[in-house]
Design a protein around this ligand. Structure first.
Ligand SMILES: Cc1ncc(COP(=O)(O)O)c(C=O)c1O
Length: 396
């Protein structure tokens, strides 16, 4: 195997004996981002040296710009948010709901894409949770989970909110198919993108809003993410922005121009006041690193190649591994996977694997009966070989 990493692992503070397969839980912060934060922290220690433009506004501009480049979107449509939940809340609480409206979400969503919608019951809005698979059924390449959501649309449906890549089984929903159906039915499609952002390409046509935290595949710190909104959709939302969300960027040296609208029309319209500038700096630096190592399309191709290699090696294992490798390989060929391979394994095998992983410096995670192996741009063919040897119990 010759697949070399896209990003030198030395970009992280990761000893060679640590194999981090868990960016679906937490991405590692690159050294360059930690250095950038440290430099900005140095300025915070000496506020008389702090420059409003360079050390505050420019950091946010760089982050909006990098986020937009990563999504192949317009920087004006990015709102800086602390996390996925705050992006989804800006939509949930800003949308002009009428009593009797309904929103559809897949059953089994991560709570960030469930609780804001359930909270709307106080306003007479019903959140219906739709099974995309029969309970207990493992996703296969033959399934069309989007159809379950599309079939559930009624004249009362205003919105569908779904994870793009699912946290438990790693399945990627077809946003174009969902978006086209939603548009046709006058329904807004809202996306929780955290499990695919940074590793998976995306087409935003048909999507009304997309929220992500920055601390997984985007390699930022906890507490900094962003929201993308389609401009027409954004104008429908109650502007939640505060003093930094005026039509003109706030200047410390001149009076704001009188404006007909109190809020900006761009993404700042939805932003809270002063952001955590250190977290913005970290995420801006991490996104730039991802762009510099080839961007999302290159990362996706790299990850898919490693996933294929891992599944080929696991197909040489016992019946359970052969079945899971075949199921996931078919899903991979159908472009149904994000960066995380999720293996459905018996309970006792999951427990045994997690115990041996720890002893071998391998870090993975289990959710709802699935063992999650998340690959990214710094992994290479040797990491895959080591992972396969761990899973098959043949590690030397
Ligand atoms: C699908 C999904 N959405 C959201 C989150 C995290 O939400 P937040 O960014 O609000 O902390 C996770 C974390 O595991 C997740 O898996």
């Amino acid at each position: 195997m010759t697949t070399v990493s896209l990003l030198d692992p030395a970009a992280f503070d990761m000893p060679r004996d640590v194999l981090w397969l868990s960016h679906c839980k937490d991405g590692p912060l690159p050294r360059a981002s930690a250095d950038a934060v440290q430099a900005l922290m140095g300025v915070q220690l000496r506020p008389w040296e702090l420059r409003w433009e360079q050390d505050f506004l420019d950091v946010q501009r760089r982050l909006r710009h990098a986020a937009a480049t990563l999504l192949a979107a317009d920087a004006a449509d990015i709102s800086l948010m602390t996390c996925t939940s705050s992006g989804l809340e800006a939509v949930a609480f800003g949308y002009p709901w009428q009593a009797g409206d309904e929103i559809l979400i897949p059953a089994g969503e991560f709570p960030s894409n469930r609780l804001p919608w359930l909270a709307l019951s106080r306003r007479g809005v019903q959140c219906r949770e739709i099974d995309l698979w029969q309970p207990g059924q493992r996703p296969t390449a033959r399934d069309a989970p989007e159809d379950r959501l599309i079939e559930a649309i009624t004249p009362r449906t205003r919105m569908i909110a779904a994870s793009w890549v699912r946290f438990q089984d790693g399945i990627k929903l077809d946003l174009q198919k969902l978006g086209t159906a939603c548009r046709g039915a006058g329904v807004d499609l809202v996306v929780d993108a955290i499990q695919g952002a940074g590793t998976t390409t995306l087409e935003l046509t048909g999507v009304s809003a997309l929220a992500t935290g920055g601390h997984k595949g985007l390699l930022g710190l906890q507490g900094q993410g962003f929201l993308w909104t389609e401009p027409g959709f954004r104008q429908k939302l109650v502007p939640l922005g505060t003093w930094l969300s005026g039509p003109e960027e706030f200047s410390q040296t001149s009076d704001p121009a009188p404006a007909a609208d109190l809020w900006a029309t761009d993404g700042r319209r939805l932003e809270a006041g002063s952001p955590s500038i250190l977290s913005c700096e970290a995420l801006a630096s991490s996104l730039q690193l991802l762009l510099d190592c080839g961007g999302v399309a290159a990362i996706q191709a790299h990850v898919a190649s490693l996933q294929r290699q891992l599944l080929e090696q696991l197909a040489l294992g016992d019946g359970t591994w052969r079945a899971e490798a075949a199921r996931l390989m078919a899903l991979l060929k159908q472009d149904r996977l994000g960066p995380t391979l999720c293996f459905a394994l018996p309970e006792e095998r999951l427990a045994r694997l997690l115990a041996t992983a720890e002893a071998q410096g391998i870090h993975s995670s289990v959710r709802l009966g699935y063992l999650r192996v998340a690959l990214h741009c710094w992994h290479d063919a040797e990491d895959v070989r080591r992972c396969a040897a761990w899973l098959l119990g043949t590690l030397d």
